[in-house]
Design a protein around this ligand. Structure first.
Ligand SMILES: [Ca+2]
Ligand SMILES: [Ca+2]
Length: 311
C-alpha cells in the first residue's frame, strides 16, 4: 500500500513540475497561445497584464470571470456531439461598460458556428451583456475569439458573458483535456479591457485585478482513461462533503486492517495532500475546498491548494 502511495505522490509532483515548465509566451510565435499546448492538462490562466504602478492589493471587491469546466462521457459521444462552454462574470455588476476580451481554445476543438441571416455567428452573448452593443469576431490567431461589448452606462450584470460551442476530435480518448481560456492582448489603439465607460480610477483598479487574479479558465475534459479529478472520490463531477465521507470511510477501513475499499482511481482522487496516506487530513482539505466553492471560489482544488500553502 505504501508503495502505491509513494508512486502516486511522485506522479503528483511530476505533474506539478510539468505544469510549471509548460509556460508559453504569446510573443514566441504570433499564432501560438497557452491553451493550445495539447498536453491534456488544465491550462491555468496566465496573466500578461502589465499592472504598472497599480497596487492591486488596494482592490476590495470580488470581481470574477470564469469559464465552464465540462466533462464529456466517451460512451455517450457521437460524431454530432456538441459541447457548450460558457464564460461567466460576477461581482462587477453596475461597474463595467467597456469589455474587450480574447478567448482562446485548444485547436483540436472545432468551433461550431451558426449561419444566420445576419452572418456567421461565432458565439452567443449572454444575459450579463444583454443590453450592451456586442461585437464578436475571430481573435486573429487560430483558436481565438474576440468579444467587444460596450454600453454608455455601466450596466454589466452578474451572469453569462458569452457561450461558445465545440465539437471534439473524432479520435478523442478518455483522459484528454481541451482547455478554453482567456488571453490578455495589449496593443496600441485598443488593448483588452474590463473597464467602465469613463476610465475611472476605481474601474482601472478592478480591471488590473481581473486580468491578474480574477480569471479562472475552463476546459472540456473527456472522462475515463487513467484520469482522476483530485478530491472527487465518488467521481460524480463535484467535490463536496460526500467525497469527504468516502475518504473518512476509507480511512476507518484501513484502521481495521482492511483495504481502503476504493479502486485505484478513487484512491488517487482521495489522497488530496499527496502524502502517503488517505486519512482525515485529506477529508479536512476537501471540506475546506467545498466551503471555498460555496462562498464564490471558482479555482480548481489544485489551484486552491497552491494558493493556500497552509493546507
Ligand atoms: Ca464527488
Ligand atoms: Ca493524504
Amino acid at each position: 500500500m505504501n508503495g502505491f502511495f509513494s508512486k502516486a505522490a511522485s506522479f503528483l509532483s511530476a505533474a506539478v513540475l510539468a505544469a510549471a515548465c509548460t509556460v508559453s509566451f504569446p510573443a514566441e510565435a504570433a499564432n501560438a497561445h497557452y491553451c493550445d499546448v495539447q498536453d491534456d492538462k488544465e491550462a491555468v490562466y496566465e496573466s500578461f497584464y502589465d499592472v504598472g504602478d497599480t497596487d492591486i492589493s488596494a482592490y476590495t471587491g470580488n470581481a470574477r470571470i470564469w469559464i465552464d469546466r465540462v466533462t464529456a462521457d466517451p460512451e455517450q459521444l457521437t460524431a454530432d456531439s456538441e459541447f457548450e462552454v460558457s464564460v461567466h462574470v460576477s461581482g462587477a455588476a453596475d461597474t463595467v461598460g467597456k469589455i474587450s476580451l480574447h478567448f482562446i481554445y485548444d485547436t483540436r476543438l472545432t468551433l461550431v458556428t451558426e449561419q444566420t441571416a445576419i452572418g456567421n455567428v461565432l458565439m452567443k452573448t449572454g444575459d450579463a451583456v444583454s443590453e450592451f452593443t456586442n461585437v464578436v469576431m475571430s481573435g486573429g490567431k487560430e483558436g481565438s475569439l474576440y468579444l467587444m461589448s460596450n454600453h454608455v452606462n455601466n450596466i454589466l450584470k452578474d451572469g453569462t458573458l458569452c457561450t461558445m460551442k465545440f465539437k471534439l476530435p473524432s479520435d478523442v480518448k478518455g483522459g484528454e483535456v481541451f482547455p478554453v481560456g482567456i488571453e490578455y492582448i495589449k496593443k496600441s489603439g485598443g488593448s483588452d479591457c474590463f473597464c467602465d465607460a469613463f476610465n475611472s480610477e476605481e474601474a482601472k483598479l478592478q480591471e488590473a485585478y481581473i486580468f491578474t487574479e480574477g480569471i479562472t479558465n475552463g476546459y472540456i475534459k473527456v472522462s475515463g482513461g487513467d484520469d482522476f479529478v483530485l478530491g472527487d472520490v465518488n467521481n460524480d463531477g463535484s467535490i463536496d462533503s460526500g467525497d469527504a465521507s468516502d475518504i473518512l470511510l476509507a480511512y476507518s477501513n484501513t484502521q481495521t486492517g482492511s483495504s481502503t475499499g476504493l479502486d485505484e482511481r478513487a484512491e488517487k482522487a482521495a489522497n488530496v495532500n499527496g502524502d502517503q496516506y488517505i486519512d482525515s487530513n485529506d477529508a479536512s482539505v476537501v471540506l475546506a475546498y467545498y466551503a471555498y466553492t460555496q462562498t464564490g471560489g471558482h479555482g480548481s482544488l489544485e489551484e486552491y491548494l497552491s494558493s493556500d500553502p497552509g493546507q
